[in-house]
Ligand binder design. Sequence first.
Ligand code: F6P
Length: 551
Amino acid sequence: MSRSDESAAHSLLAGLAARPGVHALQRRFAEDAARVERFSWEAPGVHADASKQPWDAEIFDGLVRYARAQGMEQGIAALFAGERVNTTEERAALHVALRAPAQATFAADGEPVMGPIVQQRARVRDFVSEVHTGRRRGHTGAPFTAVVHLGIGGSELGPHLVCAALRGQHRSGLDVRFVSNLGAGALDEALEGLRPEQTLFIVASKTFTTAETLQLAGTARQWLAQGVGSEGSAAHFAAVTAAPEKAAAFGIAPDACFELWDWVGGRYSLWSTVGALPSSLALGSSAVEALRRGAAAMDEHFRTRPLERNLPVVLALLRLWQGRYLGQRVQVVVPYDHRLRLLPAHLQQVDMESLGKRVRRDGSEAAGPTGPALLGQPGTTAQHAFFQALHQGTDVLPVEFIAVAEGPAAYRAHHEVLLANCLAQSMALMCGKSAAAAEAELLAAGVAPDRAARLAAHRSFPGERPSTTLALRSLEAESLGALLALYEHRVYAESLLYGINAFDQYGVELGKQLASSLVGAVRGEAPPPEADPSTRGLLRWLTQARSTEPR
Ligand code: F6P
């Protein structure tokens, strides 16, 4: 890998992006009968069709050349070798070990990790079995019927998504709920209908310092005290953390405290005890094992496939092409399956916390835009919200559709309509409708010719708008695991292309610091000296409004 290879590959791509007709998708199909096969890939559990994207064989080869120049192959090997790929925090990022089979041999900095991982897996399994069988009960001796998981960011998004996606297929009988937000009502909503005597709380925080989670845990303890007394509440808490001493100081018993390690990034903690504990309580341990198997199959694909047939790499190359060369800076993700409704929120963290960086690993400015901003909602809800702009707006926003071939049997007819919509949207985006066709349709419907001529521009669709479709045969634990691992590896591959560190998130720190220095001012104390004039003005307005509004 050398700077000159990188700049040669970059110049080639910039030249290809500047060619006239680069966005002409339909023409590309007309010119290449094998286009669908050429731009479709198979990976464990996932079929991908990116033929409706503005690229061709020459562009693709240029992108692969760029990836090689950026050390993609070495970067992938370094991840799996447990090297310190998290360069700023000087540690490995070994989430792949968390889903590996027990006999695998991963090491972080030369230190074997599978022993501790297998030990924590066994501890979670035993704890879950105790709760499910009623051997572990609340303070009064009543069995647990509900679990409330308190955590935020990676300590909530992934586990919540998995539980929501798989609860129709795997149910343990326990009612598992998630709370991440401090806002009024979030905890109330989660506690609605629950009895303190039969409720177990999980405090999930890698650092055990996250203000929101700790405040929720404190309020949960007060709620418990009403039913089981303040002495009894300890029996109703479990914790998942890399700081067990802090959990112990909160009063969580060592046998209910599960560990993770500093080499597990927050947004990958789904694969650690943070995900395993609530998911196993909600779905059973075998569902979690299947989830891991699916992810491990995708890991193997990512580790071993040549770049040209490596799906996470190919999707990362596409993102580089879209963002850096075509100026498409916002990506849309739309799963056509209600079970995946929490996927966009999870991906926002995985993508934007990892790639929202403007300096490279060596501290120099990034050469161009790094990962896109991401928005999404499940289809067809999304169609009735923001699809108007995708079809007729002035910006081109590439869409990633997710289709699941086989839906839940009880809702077969609903699922068929969803699939038809998914296909229709990607087709409409690409094929569009000319003004002439729109006018002819209006005339055929009996609209007066002058009105038809006036409306034609409004009712036409430019088309040539790009999308990718990821298709799963069915949605079960294994394919979900593979899909989630695919997204994680795409992000890592992208970080290698941009030369940035995907595993830190210093960008969230400043706001947290300022929030803690402003709490006093919100409560009526003098503003901190660093507060700017606008913030002081807002504080004055809010303080006055709070003192005059009825409480
Ligand atoms: O928002 C930053 C972040 O550190 C995320 O990376 C993480 O997922 C979240 O906060 C929660 O952190 P913790 O698990 O330490 O409470």
